[in-house]
Design a protein around this ligand. Sequence first.
Ligand code: SAM
Length: 251
Amino acid sequence: MDFTWEALTDAERAQAYADWEAGKGLIGGDPRQRPGSHLLPAWGIDQPFFRALALDDARGDNGAALRSLLASARPLEIEIGFGRGDFLLDRAARHPDTLFIGYETKIKATRLMLARLAPRSSPLAPPQNLWLSDDDARFNLPRVVADGRADVCHVLFPDPWWKNEHKIRRLFSPPFVDLLAAKLRSGGLLHFKSDVHEYGELVRHLVEQQPDFTPHDPTQAARIGEFAPTHREQWCRRHDKPVWTYYFVRR
Ligand SMILES: C[S@@+](CC[C@H](N)C(=O)[O-])C[C@H]1O[C@@H](n2cnc3c(N)ncnc32)[C@H](O)[C@@H]1O
């Protein structure tokens, strides 16, 4: 395992920003060139950049619908890497007045989420407040969500990408933390979980080094309240594995 961000030299930090600028490590590559992108219906705010999959308005110009929702004063929560969607579906149902955007680059997972949402008669019938994109959030967020717009950003059990050669794919890097700081409003919350303690501590270190975030504050758990665990968290509970949860407030 190689979690060396803590020892980042200035040169390595500069390299992280250069890689970010060059789009290196984007999951699935540049979404505009992704093979198989036709497998999901795509409507764009700003095609070809954004693929917002909204079920409540499948035939309409839901790009415009989402754009106007984003321009409204409704609270906004974002989940990056929703996987099977258990947490996001539950949260969107519990908070109907809040707008939710979920990102998940795995096309299979996104299709599963759409299937879970589809039957109007099911208890998971689409909440009108939930929008999905299969873009890499690092590509999409800067293009879609205005700075200071988000109230909460959830990043739950991101892959740690253990191997040195895969490190570039790790979600958390200095420019990614800058992106979260830019999109969260003052007082907004970054909610992060991991079942890999070293990775959790690496993320804590990276976030706490960003001057726009306060140090991890466990009392912020009250802002999340009751929730449905993600698939990974369910697995941890079944196997009695510990989970580390962190809360960082945007200053
Ligand atoms: C280990 S899984 C955890 C999924 C879910 N949060 C859970 O706890 O069960 C991490 C997920 O994040 C997704 N992911 C990773 N990087 C992403 C990115 N940049 N944008 C959107 N999704 C991403 C992956 O495709 C993967 O499904």
